[in-house]
Design a binder for this molecule. Structure first.
Ligand SMILES: [Zn+2]
Length: 304
């Protein structure tokens, strides 16, 4: 039995198997699965230096759930709850022509993307497409949207999100398929802003904002969910204040982080109106959202 001195619960192995499995399943993360690699330049409006490289968070987010390293039983639960999605072998074969990527053709470790499987828990996870088209060599395909629609419908939450950059390209480039593809879903979340939160993984896990065990480092919050949004912005502002030079208060830090949100929300609405002004299809509902990323690196201090 656990005590104040020894919080470990030593009787766990004596629980019925069904109960242990339920507990392991409860510990699985609810993740935002990124179907491509984010690039800091378009996400941070080409700000120099970028507030975050984004790469470490993506790596952490692609790791097996934390419980997979506990014991054989937990590892089995984790593997049974995961589908391995290879970007080059999607059920929609048309995706093979132009799978979503940064256009680099390689992941952040320099390995071919086709060799990197994405682990998706179809019961818990949601999917996101960064797909900043400025990095795409082939604008005509439109297949990244078919790709995310196909995967989202295979998940229980059936939630799909995309980045504002994808909508903005619809205003400036010839992408005639865009309204039709977007209309294949009744609604989307549109990530209009990305907020990195720099702190250790342990500290992040204690906040409870990145999964029960801290192994869900990417979170997307609907702008309408004021309570949840406030919790993430409060954490981001407090963290930034601690790491800053003390010139700004926590409230100031929060205001700085949120200064662009309304502008970007308007840009998103305007882009959707433009995309559908001549379209036969009705526009799907587009709900603005913010992406928060737990990053344990010191990437925001490069160059200091
Ligand atoms: Zn970072």
């Amino acid at each position: 039995m656990s005590t104040a001195q020894d919080p470990a619960f030593h009787l766990f192995p004596n629980l019925p198997t069904e109960l242990r499995l339920l507990i392991w399943r409860f510990c699985l993360p609810n993740r935002v699965i990124e179907l491509d690699h984010p690039h800091p330049d378009p996400i941070f409006d080409f700000k120099r230096p970028a507030p975050c490289t984004l790469a470490k968070t993506t790596v952490l987010n692609n790791r097996p759930p934390l419980i997979a390293g506990v014991c054989h039983e937990a590892r089995t639960v984790a593997s049974e709850s995961s589908l391995s999605i290879n970007l080059s072998t999607q059920p929609d074969s048309s995706c093979n022509e132009s799978h979503p990527s940064t256009g680099q053709g390689h992941d952040i470790n320099g390995e071919a993307e086709e060799d990197i499987p994405i682990h998706l828990n179809p019961h818990h996870d949601v999917v996101h497409l960064h797909h900043e088209p400025v990095y795409e060599s082939d604008q005509s395909a439109g297949n990244p949207l078919r790709h995310i629609i196909s995967i989202a419908t295979q998940t229980t939450p059936n939630q799909a999100s995309l980045s504002l950059g994808l909508l903005l390209v619809g205003r400036t480039q010839d992408w005639p398929q865009l309204p039709f593809l977007l209309s294949q879903r009744p609604w989307w979340l549109v990530v209009i802003h990305v907020v990195p939160i720099h702190m250790s993984l342990h500290a992040g896990s204690l906040t409870g904002l990145f999964g029960l065990l801290g192994d869900a480092p990417v979170q997307i919050v609907d702008l309408r969910d004021k309570h949840r949004l406030g919790a993430y912005y409060d954490l981001a502002a407090v963290t930034q204040h601690r790491r800053g030079d003390g010139e700004l208060t926590v409230e100031d830090e929060k205001l700085v982080m949120m200064v662009d949100v309304e502008t970007k929300r308007c840009r998103s609405e305007s882009a959707v109106r433009w995309i559908y002004k001549l379209a036969a299809e009705p526009a799907p509902a587009m709900y603005p959202a913010i992406m928060f990323r737990l990053c344990p690196e010191e990437c925001d201090r490069l160059g200091e």
